[in-house]
Design a protein around this ligand. Structure first.
Ligand code: PEP
Ligand code: MG
Length: 887
């Protein structure tokens, strides 16, 4: 039969999914001999069974009874017994930390009779006993029976007023006894029943309430924001109460085993004498630095220091803890591996290696690509301590400064006039998109990390703070107010998309030191910047361990040079269409409008030297490394003016009686080429098959550039890639012509040219065995593969409805951001297997956006690709994640 309850001595830290983080670590601490009050944990499995069926699973009540018996035996007291009661706390604890999201009930077991027993236990301390009883009714009422919390608060306020004081401590035993009566009346009024006097009933109801708190609105919202699965459930910890509010020799505190911001070793924490845990959280009284405890209670302080050292040694990491001292005896109430900033994660990993606590492989697992990404954004220089205006959710990282605007039209206008603007809205919708594009940053007062604003901003790599709910945004009045201050259109603000902080005025922005290191302008051997040294060390190890190579997507010499400095081992995707823009647009127009083969050939002949020069530059910057150049991909009409604009031009010219000959020709071409679904139309290899000479010109330019590079003493390694292939015949046709040109141009230059294809149409993945016969390499175009597998238009859906899909949990993250392993990933696996079977030396890579996404990099490692390719800025992230995937 399923075991639903574990005593603390039965669990351990690895049972986190079953016992929740808190329960697993209480068990671990018990097992290594630390002073943990006795107790037991009801599993997340029991919670799930309860939530699924609406009642406790068979056998749970008996198991709880057995463990309660054992707990009573170990304490020598019975739950709620009148003369000498055992009291327990009932606490939630899920596998992922969800701070403050779920429920806790303390002092369970108190009733009209046992309150006197508690007083006797506490040496005749009536005040303490009645205070504990009123806390129970208050917490139980609020969390178990939904009694409005402010009614209790008002009653406390009234009692203090009657006493002429504003301090809880001035209420004496008699006042608290009266308050208990008052609380009971409030409880009865709202629940229609008396406060339960049976301790076992209290326990049973509290356990159910903690189970149910998994589905409380705020917990659901928090999970959605943090992408925690909705179906895990929470464990429930039932723990013997220890009291930090028994007098000046008691107290409660929190501590870190080292500084979570810098990683520095030392004593970090806060202590509050004569108080219970919730007093610290509620901020009722001011805490003192933990060092003070040394003076107040030397023995407990020494114990605590010893325990903290034991915990670090045992967990081999920074831990945070909660403790209580009851009359000079220290008790551990919680520990977990502590949260830390991105910088501290690297520094602490390095320190732990230096201290011999962990090895470098383990250090790699202590940091993430996402943390590295955070460290690469420019940061605000906060040395002048700018005043914080408000705080929201850091939804898309970066540091943005600009003038406040409240609508998309103004954002566009001001940006066009050269102003940096921050678009401020209550929430955004697809109509705001042009303003979001024009703005430096986006700030909203509503919505979390999956709101429209957040999803779109992340997609664009734009700084965004959302859900700053203290802001009262008045779009019509073109202002927002916060804490009595008004910020009007045109005022400058600064927003930090990592921390969610909002500042009034311009905060200076400084480049990231980590980027300077990657750029090569900061030598890790010369700097005393601990972060840079730690990043260097971890990155060097990642490079040593990783099996995946990392290339960059780049189409210019400048980007290629930067990518190489960032550690790219070649180019995985050079999008040649980017070379057809700007001044060259006119040449492309001529190509499209050519009425005869001669006109077309003349246009192609003019494009050829320009393309060749582009490729020469890239081969120079990437000398000795492979460069994958993709033949032109998008539909040609993307290079022509818009249909609407041209039509207006022509109509106006006609109206005025002017000659519109050229525009008319263009308009006719645009009409001719217009497609309802251009993404599924005449693009990629289809263009090459339809427009004679286009691919041939590009192939010639690539190979001539490579031969020139070789003549100049370089080592070019060109790889020609054909886009959007769905059938091997398409590839064979292009390949035959390309091989003819290559043979002619390469001659005896020694240059070797590979020909391969993108796998980005589902049919290509499903017929990869055939396609591999004609391809020396595959590069997965996961952008198009995702678009065509899901049937999602990649240019439209993110702003249009993905927020809703995220809200509904259809996916936890956009499939354009992180690979959909089940669907798109399956196609990749099929293509890898069948491609390699047909051609064992087939080179395999990926060049869609997913190549720089941490989670996707692990997937590509697992399926056995040779390399990932991503934008230059993400190259270090991919290197790190490839290293993590390999060990
Ligand atoms: C892709 O589809 O994944 C790809 C890299 O090509 P593009 O994004 O240029 O369509
Ligand atoms: Mg593509």
């Amino acid at each position: 039969m399923t075991k639903f309850v574990y005593g603390f001595s039965e669990g351990n830290k690895d049972l986190r999914d079953l016992l929740g983080g808190k329960g697993a670590n209480l068990a671990e601490m018990t097992n290594i001999g630390l002073p943990v009050p006795p107790g037991f944990t009801i599993t997340t499995e029991a919670c799930r069974a309860y939530l699924d069926s609406g009642h406790q699973p068979a056998g749970l009540a008996e198991e709880i009874a057995t463990h309660l018996d054992a707990l009573e035996a170990s304490m020598g007291r019975k739950l709620g017994e009148r003369g000498d009661p055992l009291l327990v706390s009932v606490r939630s604890g899920a596998a992922f930390s969800m701070p403050g999201m779920m429920e806790t009930v303390l002092n369970v077991g108190l009733n009209d009779a046992s309150v006197d027993g508690l007083s006797r236990q506490a040496g005749g301390n009536d005040r303490f006993a009645w205070d504990s009883y009123r806390r129970l009714i208050q917490m139980f009422g609020k969390t178990v029976c939904d009694v409005p919390g402010d009614e209790f608060e008002h009653a406390i306020e009234a009692a203090k007023r009657a006493k002429g004081s504003d301090d809880d401590l001035d209420l004496d035993a008699g006042d608290l006894r009266d308050l208990v009566d008052r609380f009971k009346a409030i409880f009865a009024k709202h629940t229609g029943r008396e406060f339960p006097q049976d301790p076992k009933e209290q326990l049973d109801l509290a356990i159910r309430a903690v189970f149910e708190s998994w589905n409380a609105d705020r917990a659901v919202l928090y999970r959605r924001q943090e992408r925690i699965p909705a179906d895990l459930g929470t464990a429930v910890n039932v723990v013997a109460m220890v009291f930090g509010n028994l007098g000046s020799d008691s107290g409660t505190g929190v501590a870190f085993t080292r500084d979570p911001a810098s990683g520095a070793q030392g004593v970090y924490g806060d202590y509050l004498a004569n108080a219970q845990g919730e007093d610290v959280v509620a901020g009722i009284r001011n805490t003192v630095p933990l060092q003070e405890l040394e003076r107040m209670d030397r023995a407990s302080y020494d114990d605590l220091m010893r325990i903290m050292a034991t915990l670090e040694e045992h967990y081999k990491d920074l831990c945070d803890i909660e403790f209580t001292i009851e009359r000079g005896k220290l008790w551990m109430l919680q520990t977990r591996v502590g949260k830390r900033t991105a910088a501290a994660a690297f520094i602490i990993a390095g320190q732990l290696v230096d201290e011999g606590v962990i090895d470098l492989d383990e250090a790699l697992h202590r940091v993430t690509g996402a943390q590295l990404g955070q460290l690469m954004f420019p940061r605000f220089d906060l040395s002048a301590e700018p005043g914080q205006l408000a705080k929201g959710v850091g939804a898309s990282p970066g540091a943005a400064v600009g003038r406040v605007v409240f609508d998309a039209v103004t954002a566009k206008e001001k940006a066009a006039a050269g102003d940096d603007v921050i678009l401020v809205r209550r929430e955004t919708n697809p109509d705001d998109l042009p303003g979001m594009i024009a703005a430096q940053g986006i700030l909203t007062s509503r919505g979390g990390k999956t709101s429209h604003a957040a999803v779109v901003a992340r997609g664009m790599g734009k700084t965004c703070v959302c859900g700053a709910d203290t802001l009262d945004v008045d779009v019509r009045g073109k202002k927002f107010t916060v804490d009595g201050r008004t910020v009007a259109e045109g005022d400058v603000i600064s927003i930090d998309g990592t921390t969610g902080k909002i500042y009034l005025g311009e905060v200076p922005v400084q480049p990231s030191e980590v980027v300077r290191y990657f750029e090569g302008t900061l030598d890790p051997g010369q700097t005393d910047d601990a972060l840079v040294r730690a990043v260097h060390r971890v990155m060097s190890h990642a490079d040593e361990r990783r099996r995946l190579a990392v290339r960059a997507n780049s189409d210019t010499g400048v980007d290629s040079a930067r990518a190489r400095r960032f550690g790219a081992q070649g180019i995985g995707l050079c999008r040649t269409e980017h070379m057809f823009l700007g001044d060259r647009r006119e040449l492309v127009e001529r190509l499209i409008l050519a009425a005869t083969p001669d006109e077309r050939d003349a246009a192609l002949a003019e494009l050829l030297p320009l393309q060749r020069a582009d490729f020469e530059e890239i081969f120079r910057e990437m000398d000795g490394l492979p460069v994958t150049i993709r033949l032109i991909d998008p539909p040609l009409h993307e290079f022509l003016p818009s249909l609407e604009e041209l039509a207006v031009h022509v109509a106006v010219a006609h109206e005025r009686g002017e000659d519109a000959g050229r525009d008319e020709k263009l308009l006719a071409a645009v009409r001719r080429m217009h497609e309802q679904n251009p993404m599924l139309g005449l693009r990629g290899v289809r263009l090459g098959l339809v427009i004679p000479g286009l691919f041939a010109m590009q192939v010639r330019a690539i190979v001539e550039a490579a031969v020139q590079r070789a003549r100049d003493g370089g080592t070019p390694k060109p790889e020609i890639m054909v886009p959007l292939v769905g059938a091997v015949q398409e590839l064979e046709t292009v390949r035959t012509e390309a091989e003819r040109i290559i043979a002619e141009v390469v001659a005896d230059s020694g240059v070797e040219v590979l020909i391969g294809t993108m796998i980005e149409v589902p049919r290509a993945a499903l017929t990869a065995g055939q396609i591999a016969e004609a391809a020396q390499f595959f590069s997965f175009g996961t952008n198009d593969l995702t678009q065509m597998s899901w049937g999602f238009s990649r240019d439209d859906v993110e702003g249009a409805f993905f927020w809703r899909y995220l809200e509904l949990g259809i996916f936890g993250i956009s499939p354009f951001e992180s690979i959909d392993r089940d669907g798109v990933g399956r196609l990749v696996r099929i293509a890898v297997d069948e491609g390699r079977r047909a051609r064992p030396d087939l080179k395999l890579g990926v060049c869609g956006e997913h190549g720089g996404d941490p989670d996707s990099v692990h997937f590509f490692h697992d399926v056995g690709l040779d390399y990932v390719s991503c934008s230059p800025f993400r190259v270090p992230i991919a290197r790190l994640e490839a290293g993590r995937a390999a060990c």
